[in-house]
Design a protein around this ligand. Sequence first.
Ligand SMILES: Cc1cc2nc3c(=O)[nH]c(=O)nc-3n(C[C@H](O)[C@H](O)[C@H](O)COP(=O)(O)O)c2cc1C
Length: 347
Amino acid sequence: MSALHGLATRALRLLDPEDAHRAAILALRLGLGPAAPPDDPILAGSLAGVALPNVVGLAPGFDKDAQVYPQMLRAGFGFVECGTVTPEPQEGNPRPRLFRLSQDRAVINRMGFNNYGLDTFAARLYGRGPGVVGANIGANKDSPDRIGDYVEGLKRLWGLASYFTVNVSSPNTPGLRALQTKAALEELLGRLAEAARTLPPPDAVPMLLKVAPDLEDAEIEAICDVVAANGLDGVIVSNTTISRPPLRSSGRNEAGGLSGAPLFALSTDVLRRFHAAAAGRFPLIGVGGIGSGADAHAKIRAGASAVQLYSALVFEGPGLVTRIKRDLAQRLHADGFRSVSEAVGAQ
Ligand SMILES: Cc1cc2nc3c(=O)[nH]c(=O)nc-3n(C[C@H](O)[C@H](O)[C@H](O)COP(=O)(O)O)c2cc1C
């Protein structure tokens, strides 16, 4: 980490977490973020057919409103997922709603899809430069037709995003995760697949489903079958957890989704179970608690074709991505692999 970025990251930790996040976005917009060195070619990969310069991505929630994706690509992420965006702007839950659990290297959030809505999001992607930028789409809290909201997101952002993520796994919009149950998921994915068929080329834009880590084996099997039956291109495992592994920090009893280091074991276990249930029918992205090259390596070996992270940035700053990639590349070389794809699922 450069001395300047290290100092800035430590200074931000003195602020309220949401103010710190706003300050970080502002600093990035002013061009104060790092510029990464070129990638080791061993880190290249693909995301459901989209070529990635490296397989380490920025998870959604950091750049909800597509404000700083060029800066985060420049900082070294191989892809950036913006959102979650809902059709209408919404404020989300009252503050405070974001909590740093520093002793646990964890975060609890109950943001509730605060975002500026599809108009602003689409305008920020329009005419964008190169790089893989995904759009994570969701539903407004008070929408009378939640599935219609996802369809609207897909239609409005068609041709602007490199891929879409259908987010049915945020714990902070009441009832949203019920869309993971078989009948609801069949309707949701069926309507999205139908809408995609009516949209003009390019028709090869991947659509992925993002799931919670709090799932039983039977639910995992059912999700994999519905994903495959509807021709979806992959699953992202996982969102934050509503469970509470043992934690030490004072914010541990806050309501919301837990992310960061304590999510690593749970989300990697669920990833491994998805890898078995998917049985090669579609690829997986691993996310949850990645804070080092060793963590990214473990996700890939558990079945992830690419990985994403967010919470570790809160503690380490954006220079972390370069350190993770350096360490991951060393580990892949030491294993004797020639590419990430050779390592996927190699337990
Ligand atoms: C403050 C915050 C906001 C988030 N917002 C979203 C979101 O809008 N959509 C989404 O799919 N995931 C969201 N996430 C979840 C992350 O994308 C990721 O799945 C999760 O935090 C686990 O990864 P991590 O441990 O590396 O943070 C959010 C996470 C945090 C900490």
